[in-house]
Design a protein around this ligand. Structure first.
Ligand code: TXA
Ligand code: MG
Length: 327
């Protein structure tokens, strides 16, 4: 059974003990700026295997390795192309994962047998301190049971994983609420594998044209096997609705619903839980928590105002489309 600790500052002395346990094979739920992560020593084969067991994660879905210092890169990646260097300089630490060619000594269970490795340096001060104190790179998927929405609060991770992990560090809600942007830097023209808080516009400003993978195409299965797995899914049905059709769509659904809008005011009633966000970033931050709340409240349908595919809106739309495609 895991222990839960509330940690507000990277200077908290308890982090030292947790980091030592982590280095010695423990599983630790920790905060990052995107979502909570379920971490293990990336160089410890059996600790990494326990991540897959704890989450019920298919073994063909590779993990992202988290570092606190660029020096750790040389233990993990063979070479870093110029464009990758520029991206690191501009966006690290932060919500960007780079896929690079992996070094042999990285256990193949981490990368699900792929010759490449996803690496990210989180900006969350507690995440970075934990990695620094552990003195090893940390493999960490999102801290949720496979197939469920990612955890953006420590209690989400606690509900999914507490009996299977050693520590849960609670540092409050995640800042962005959506997982990191993933870009494959191994081809000459880098390829966006997953949109996130670092937008396509920002990426292209830094390295010029990138390719955007059309999710669902066959090629992606070979490139990033994780993308084929069902994701981000609440039990309730997710319905994307054009802004101007919200009122008329609400009338069509009789059973208990949740309505998520940006700007538009919809009221909560006996049969309806409504959240009106001021900005798209607000909806992005709370989306997974809303999904979990909807299931807890036995909502049948979640109506979401469709965001424009721009900036963080592209990442939000990607998660919504995956959740909506569930059935
Ligand atoms: O924001 C995030 O990235 C969070 C926090 C904890 O850092 N982590 C996260 O991990 O979202 P996870 O495991 O839930 O999603 C990682 C995704 C998977 O879809 C996986 O297939 C992909 O990254 N991935 C990992 N390594 C890869 C590789 N070498 N090539 C292609 N895709 C890779
Ligand atoms: Mg995940």
């Amino acid at each position: 059974m895991g222990k839960i600790v509330l940690i507000k500052k990277p200077s908290d002395p308890r982090l030292k003990k947790i980091a030592a346990d982590l280095a010695n094979g423990a599983l630790v739920v920790f905060p990052t700026e995107t979502v909570y992560g379920l971490g293990a020593n990336a160089l410890d084969d059996s600790a990494v295997k326990r991540i897959f067991w704890a989450k019920n994660r298919p073994a063909d879905n590779p993990l992202i390795v988290h570092i606190s210092d660029k020096k750790q890169l040389r233990f993990l990646a063979i070479k870093t192309p110029k464009k990758a260097e520029r991206l690191m300089k501009r966006f690290w630490p932060g919500p960007l994962t780079l896929v690079l060619k992996k070094k042999k000594k990285v256990p193949s269970v981490v990368t699900a047998g792929l010759p490449t490795i996803g690496i990210r340096m989180p900006s969350h001060s507690i995440a970075r301190k934990l990695i620094e104190l552990a003195h090893v790179p940390i493999a960490a998927p999102s801290a949720n049971t496979a197939g469920k929405p990612s955890a953006t609060r420590a209690f989400h991770a606690r509900l999914d994983l507490l009996s299977r992990v050693d520590w849960v560090i609670d540092s409050g809600p995640s800042r962005f609420g959506l997982e990191s942007t993933i870009i494959d830097c191994t081809p000459k023209t880098p390829v966006l594998l997953r949109p996130g808080a670092v937008s396509v516009e920002q990426l292209e400003k830094t390295i010029g044209k990138i390719r955007i993978f059309r999710f669902g195409r066959k090629k992606i299965v070979a490139k990033a096997p994780g993308m084929k797995h069902r994701h981000y899914a609440p039990r309730a049905r997710v319905v994307l609705v054009e802004s101007k059709k919200i009122d008329s769509t609400i009338k069509k659904f009789k059973r208990k619903m949740m309505v998520l809008t940006v700007g538009k005011k919809i009221s909560t009633t006996k049969n309806r839980i409504a959240f009106n966000f001021r900005f798209i970033s607000g909806l992005a931050k709370e989306l997974f928590a809303c999904f979990r709340l909807a299931d807890q409240k036995k909502v049948s349908n979640i109506l979401v105002e469709k965001p424009l595919a721009k900036g963080i809106g592209r990442a939000l739309l990607n998660r919504l489309e995956k959740a909506a495609a569930k059935r």
